[in-house]
Design a protein around this ligand. Structure first.
Ligand code: ZN
Length: 132
């Protein structure tokens, strides 16, 4: 079974904590051990795991990423969102999280983030649970 989630993002670039959404999917299947795969089906968005306690962390990450890959450079792609494509590849389009006793194995400060890189848009991501 694959769970599908819709997200409405609100800014050009933002990190959205999706930990609770994925944990809710996990609660619908029998408790066990395995793997949770999260996948984003976009070329200008990404997924990452990082601290979800201090909102300054996502802010600093987006700020630094924008410095590393500026929005406006001499890109060839005419859509004008090459920075978003580049960042999507650098950050990655999937997460693989171990599952133990029906719960995501995450560190104390770790959370799952959907990374919007060219919003605001209607977005989707998928969750595949291989738990038994
Ligand atoms: Zn594009």
């Amino acid at each position: 079974m694959i769970f599908e989630h819709n997200l409405k993002t609100g800014r050009r670039q933002e990190l959205i904590d999706i930990t609770a959404l994925v944990e809710a999917d996990l609660k619908t299947v029998p408790s066990g051990e395995g793997i949770c795969l999260v996948f984003v089906t976009h070329t200008t968005a990404a997924l990452t795991i990082n601290e979800n306690a201090d909102p300054a962390v996502p802010y600093d990450m987006l700020s630094k990423l924008a410095q590393m890959v500026p929005e406006n450079e001499n890109y060839r792609h005419l859509e004008g969102n090459s920075d978003a494509h580049i960042l999507s590849t650098l950050i990655g389009c999937s997460l693989c999280i171990p599952v133990e006793q029906g719960k995501l194995v995450l560190g104390t400060w770790q959370g799952l983030f959907f990374v919007e890189l060219d919003g605001p848009r209607q977005r989707r991501f998928k969750v595949k649970l291989l738990v038994g």
